[in-house]
Design a protein around this ligand. Structure first.
Ligand code: AMP
Ligand code: MG
Length: 352
């Protein structure tokens, strides 16, 4: 799987085994990233499957990952001027995610670990989002609002684990945005297009008379549910509402629901930092709403750079580096993927 390019070897004089390589392959994106021996991150080399129509098919996504893997890894090495001899360990997303996609990442990790004779560690994708966010934003003990395609969770560190205090009972907020967008003929990923359409619509409005459209609220106690709001938004379109107006109202309702649960989590736990993670955390409106809420309760809200919100190999490398420093490795026998791995199944042995 790994093609070591000899010409790079003479060009670099870094110590052998300096970097931990991270492999992300949970869903639509295959990504390779690196951290150095101090856990300093380097940008990833990534590619996302973008089906012309329909959603992400797990087998097609896995085929995409398999086909693009060598090229992405070569790009990563070229980008950072390194080669295989500089890799000291390999980390991969062990779950949660789509089985066929996870298995591609795990197979690449096994191949690299055995070829380079370096340790391997399978990590929890959700926990990787938390750790890269904490590192990038300098948070100590945040409430994480994790808003991605397949996941929506409000998470806090309590007694040795990242506990899920609230989560979606049906689909992830990103899937909801993507599905709504797809019904309007907008290809994956629909979230950024909805953000643009909502912002353009808002610009055209006379702000004192700003009127949103009515949609159901997604909060269910400390949990969330997004399929009802998606169906109601589609009904507005079917009844002739303006697409931009619906996009704006959809964002306002869905994001306000997330912010409400996050605020309650801050209040219950007494913590004072909110951290955003996952692809939907790229959204500027969501970032603003979180900041407003945090300021109103004398807390702070943080969002990592966008390249570390979306799925990326660097966050997997970082969590792998942290876990390896705390003595964890994954043997071949333990290296099977777990589609349903939960955020709170991973024991947090490192300092938080
Ligand atoms: P992830 O599953 O964490 O890789 O995130 C992918 C999800 O993030 C997809 O559902 C995208 O539509 C969504 N997404 C990416 N950028 C934005 C954005 N600017 N606004 C809303 N959703 C977004
Ligand atoms: Mg993710």
């Amino acid at each position: 799987m790994l093609r070591v390019q000899e010409q790079w070897l003479s060009a670099v004089n870094m110590a052998k085994g300096t970097f931990t390589l991270g492999i992300e392959s949970t869903a639509h994106t295959l990504s390779f990233g690196l951290v150095d021996s101090d856990g300093i991150p380097l940008p990833s080399s990534s590619d996302t499957i973008r089906p012309e129509k329909g959603g992400i098919h797990p087998r097609e996504a896995a085929d995409h990952h398999k086909d693009i893997a060598n090229q992405l890894l070569e790009n990563l090495f070229e980008m950072h001027g390194i080669s295989g001899r500089h890799i000291g360990a390999v980390a991969y997303s062990q779950g949660p995610g789509l089985g066929p996609c996870l298995r591609v990442g795990a197979a690449i990790a096994r191949g690299i670990s055995s070829k380079l004779d370096v340790p391997m560690v399978g990590v929890n994708h959700c926990v990787a989002h938390i750790e890269i966010g904490k590192q990038q934003c300098g948070c100590n003990d945040p409430i994480l609002l994790y808003v991605s395609g397949g996941n929506t969770q409000v998470i806090a560190h309590l007694e040795g684990k990242y506990r899920v205090l609230g989560e979606t009972l049906d689909i992830g907020i990103g899937n909801m945005l993507d599905k709504f967008a797809r019904a309007q003929g907008i290809p994956f990923p629909g979230g950024p297009v909805i953000e643009r359409l909502a912002a353009e619509w808002l610009q055209q409005q006379d702000s004192p008379s700003l009127q949103g459209l009515e949609l159901p609220f997604a909060v269910r106690g400390m949990d969330l549910a997004f399929s009802g709001v998606m169906t109601a938004a589609q009904r507005l379109i079917d009844n002739g509402s303006d697409l931009g107006a619906v996009c704006w109202s959809l964002q306002e309702h869905a994001f306000a629901a997330c912010v409400e649960v996050a605020e309650r989590a801050l209040s219950h736990t007494g913590k004072s930092e909110l951290l955003l993670g996952g692809g939907v955390a790229c959204n500027s409106r969501l970032r603003t709403m979180c900041k407003q809420m945090a300021e109103e309760r004398s807390s702070s809200s943080h969002a990592p750079p966008r390249m570390y919100c979306i799925d990326n190999g660097t966050m997997i490398a970082l969590l792998g580096h942290i876990e390896l420093e705390h003595g964890r490795t994954t043997s071949l026998a333990e290296s099977a993927v777990n589609q349903y791995l939960r955020t709170d199944e991973t024991t947090v042995t490192w300092a938080v």
